[in-house]
Design a protein around this ligand. Structure first.
Ligand SMILES: Cc1ncc(COP(=O)(O)O)c(C=O)c1O
Ligand SMILES: N[C@@H](CCOP(=O)(O)O)C(=O)O
Length: 461
């Protein structure tokens, strides 16, 4: 299995190399040269399997010889052992043809744990073999950062720096990043929004002297392994509802487009997915782009679903690569235009995207009303991101079962949930002391050189 860059001008890598490389050296994102297809029989044989076994069978064809089978099974087992639900990703029925996939039972209460816990295991195994030490720099709107802190804290061969937008994450998210005591993890509160944080991380990857000097690695969804690990729960939930004999649809609360892109890969692998619905909050650039063909940024508007407050949606580049017939030069041109504010999607590419994805937008008022209504009708307490998904899913219901991804636990966003339904969701008991733990955070400016100097100083490079 080989991995190529969406911009067509970076070295071709194997899985292990792509995982440790992060952003391709031409600024693009790694994707498989060809997506392996699972036969109908192989998908049918997933019925009744554990989450861990499903993960092994779905991901194995992408790995080449990076890990042996027993080794990979062991990494998967360790990754999901700490989840707070035996099913790992339980399905809850909301309405006759509408299901919620609860992806928030991991250690930091968001779907990011599914990939991050596994990447932590896989990177650690790779580093033990190579004897290397790496520096991971990540950008977060709240959940990736806390999941990464949890997965990498205390590891001897990793320094982790997380950039989050100062004042724009929830208190629980912030505390999850600022309270770990291990010296190898560093929370950096940056001036600006998530797009600024992500842009600085990409700048660091594109500065080869810095990148090679600190041995930079990434755990955002620029890293293909992140996307791959998220493909698993599409199979797990679809098979539970009757796939491959029955098609299902998914609605995905979307920001950086990694989660829904994982659904797109599941469909390419042969999973019968009828509709893949992008659900955005008021930062609706993806919905607007699909409707109008113009992908134009107009500034991030803070919302009550802050993890989705994103305008430069990193993984959309992977979808564009396919929509443009895998023409890396065309994608590089679009991404250059995006730096100047936006681009227009060609008619052919737009048709491909519209044939693949539906989309919808959920306002702040609709998010609040959906939290209230879902609780009244079903007893389910939704986080605001999941509510965005449920609202848009309701506009797309049909005869095919719809699965909406519930991406975070409501207790990560207690103010928004209390504002909507008058009840404050409690954190699980194991996190009960989060509000009393001391915080450790460094305020930083949106200044590439200063950030690089800080990282060099703290890592001794
Ligand atoms: C809780 C939550 N929901 C949804 C999203 C959107 O996921 P993605 O960025 O993969 O589109 C994120 C983060 O991006 C998130 O943290
Ligand atoms: N919502 C995310 C944004 C970063 O997305 P990623 O999937 O690229 O890591 C977050 O919580 O940080």
């Amino acid at each position: 299995m080989k991995y190529i860059s969406t911009r067509g001008a970076a070295p071709v890598l194997n899985f292990g190399e792509a995982m440790m490389t992060g952003l391709a050296r031409d600024g693009g994102l790694y994707v498989p040269e060809a997506v392996p297809v699972m036969s109908k029989d192989a998908i049918a044989a997933l019925a009744g399997q554990s989450y861990e076994e499903t993960a092994f069978r779905v991901m194995r064809p992408f790995l080449g010889d990076t890990f042996g089978d027993d080794e990979f099974r062991g990494l998967i087992a360790r990754a999901y052992a700490g989840f707070g639900h035996a099913a790992r990703a339980p399905l809850v029925q909301l309405a006759p043809n509408h299901f919620l996939l609860e992806l928030f039972h991991g250690p930091t209460l968001a779907f990011k744990d599914f990939a991050m816990q596994l990447i932590g295991q896989m990177m650690q195994a790779a580093l033990e073999k190579s004897g290397q030490r790496i520096t991971i720099v990540g950008a977060t709107s709240g959940d990736t950062g806390s999941a990464a802190m949890e997965a990498f804290r205390g590891l001897g061969n990793v320094d982790l720096f997380i950039l989050y937008p100062h004042g724009r994450v929830s208190e629980v998210q912030r505390r999850q990043m600022t309270t770990p005591v291990e010296a190898n993890v560093h929370a950096l509160a940056m001036d600006g929004d998530f797009d600024d944080c992500q842009a600085r991380v990409k700048d660091m990857f594109n500065d080869f002297a810095f990148r090679d000097g600190v041995r930079l690695a990434g755990v955002n969804s620029i890293n293909w392994a992140r996307v791959l690990a998220q493909v698993v729960y599409y199979f797990f939930s679809a098979v539970a509802l009757g796939a491959p004999h029955r098609a299902v649809s998914f609605t995905v609360p979307t920001g950086n487009f990694g989660d829904i892109f994982a659904g797109y890969i599941a469909r390419q692998m042969g999973l019968p997915i009828e509709k893949l619905v992008i659900a955005t909050n008021q930062n609706d650039i993806l919905d607007r782009a699909l409707r109008s063909g113009a992908y134009v940024t107009d500034g991030v508007k803070p919302s009550i679903s802050p993890s989705m407050d994103i305008q430069v949606s990193s993984n959309f580049e992977r979808a564009l690569f396919d929509a443009y017939g895998r023409d890396g030069a065309a994608v590089a041109q679009l991404m250059a235009e995006l730096k100047a504010g936006g681009f227009h999607i060609s008619q052919g590419a737009l048709e491909m995207l519209r044939a693949t994805f539906a989309s919808g937008r959920c306002s702040e008022e609709e998010t609040t009303a959906t939290i209230r209504a879902a609780h009244a009708a079903t007893g389910e307490v939704l986080c605001p991101h999941s509510a965005v998904g449920v609202k848009v899913a309701e506009e797309n219901l049909g005869p095919t079962p719809m699965i909406t991804l519930a991406t975070a636990h409501p207790a990560k966003f207690p103010d928004a949930v209390e504002g909507a339904m008058g009840l404050r969701p409690a954190l699980p008991p194991r996190m009960g002391d989060l509000y009393s733990r001391p915080e450790r955070v460094t305020r930083v400016a949106n200044d590439l050189a200063a950030l690089q100097a800080l990282i060099r100083e703290r890592t001794g490079h």
